[in-house]
Design a protein around this ligand. Structure first.
Ligand SMILES: Cc1cc2nc3c(=O)[nH]c(=O)nc-3n(C[C@H](O)[C@H](O)[C@H](O)COP(=O)(O)O)c2cc1C
Length: 338
């Protein structure tokens, strides 16, 4: 039997497929189903910082000390009843998930400021979370805000949470950082045990008839995997912490590529919304088939084999690739024109 177990956040997982934060895990039956289908762990949906603030009815200083535009944007945030679960409800669900499932349950906090919600990370730990994933989506909309300030705020937030709990903390990042390797190294220094690459941007669309800006959520496609593979491959071997890949993982091929880039695990959401939870079992069967066909005995053997430090020619990962790709495209175009 091929060994597909992987290490992630200090835990031995029985496979490389973790269920990403999605409303699917809001049902205990679904979590059981995920485990039966072969999920190695489940990340619960996020509890949002803004929700905690609304619940306590005391917007703390951290929140208001943000940009003016952020303060203004609070007017447009959902009301409390728009959030699916209260924070007590979240903790209760976490406890029930722990009882119902034999696989690790990761709690998720979504925030952008180092406010009082660090307390909640402790409560998640007490409720039995095996780990915490911090979704740190912050958007710069104020011209006076520098990238250095944003990074410092993120580091402060992560450090506060890491100091508050003993369980491992992973940080789910956006790819919009100028020097991701440096940021990841500093996140590691303040205690992060894992990086989750990457948050998807949910840009609003325009309704040109109603003259309205509308939130949109499209499920991912495998093409979104490429920037995740690229950054994982660059960072593999240069960090001590684990990398989870989320965004565009739909098939066994996507899982294999993610592990070959250097990922420890993959996280899936869209594919489960599209094909159902059972899809995990199909992906795992295809994965085992591929490994067997290529005479591997464990998934760990291929980890990082296509990372930047493992390939003889690193140019595909560097600036050279950019130049090569663009120039070969214009050559083809020129030939086609004749
Ligand atoms: C309906 C839906 C709800 C989501 N909710 C959350 C969330 O609460 N917290 C979070 O960190 N990510 C959330 N995500 C993002 C997923 O966890 C995942 O990172 C992203 O969808 C990329 O993976 P995919 O390509 O497999 O969909 C959500 C995604 C979907 C589709």
């Amino acid at each position: 039997m091929i060994d597909v177990s992987m290490q992630y956040l200090g835990m031995k997982l029985n496979g490389p497929i973790v269920v990403a934060a999605t409303p699917l895990s809001e049902s205990i039956d679904n979590i059981r189903h995920m485990e039966d289908a072969g999920a190695a762990a489940v990340v619960l949906t996020s509890l949002f910082e803004e929700q905690l603030e609304l619940e306590s009815r005391t917007l703390d200083e951290d929140l208001s000390r943000g940009t003016d535009s952020f303060a203004e944007s609070l007017d447009f945030l959902p009301d409390l009843h728009d959030y699916r679960v209260t924070h007590d409800g979240y903790l209760e669900h976490l406890r029930q998930a722990r009882e119902a499932a034999g696989i690790p349950i990761v709690a998720s906090l979504n925030g952008a400021t180092p406010g009082g919600w660090v307390r909640f990370a402790r409560e998640m730990e007490q409720a039995g979370a095996h780990a915490i994933e911090l979704n740190t989506f912050a958007l710069a909309t104020d011209r006076s805000q520098t990238s250095a300030q944003m990074e410092l705020r993120l580091l402060e937030l992560v450090e506060n949470v890491c100091k508050a709990v003993k369980i491992p903390v992973a940080v789910k990042l956006t790819q919009s950082f100028t020097s991701l390797p440096n940021l990841c190294a500093r996140l590691e220094e303040v205690g992060a045990r894992g990086m989750v690459f990457f948050n998807r941007f949910y840009q609003p669309d325009f309704d040109i008839e109603a003259l309205e800006v509308r939130p949109t959520l499209h499920f991912s496609t495998p093409s979104e995997l490429l920037p995740r593979l690229h950054w994982t491959a660059i960072l593999y071997g240069h960090l001590n912490c684990d990398i989870a890949i989320t965004g565009g993982v739909h098939s066994a091929e996507d899982v294999l590529k993610s592990i070959m880039a250097g990922g420890s695990v993959t996280q899936v959401a869209s594919a489960l919304h599209i094909h159902g939870i059972e899809h995990i079992a199909r992906v795992l069967a295809d994965l085992r088939y591929w490994l067997e066909k290529h005479e591997y005995t464990s998934l760990g053997e291929i980890r990082g084999c296509l990372s930047r430090r493992s390939v003889p020619d690193t140019s595909p990962y560097d600036r050279g690739n950019y130049i090569k790709t663009l120039s070969s495209y214009s050559l083809r175009q020129t030939v086609a024109a004749f």
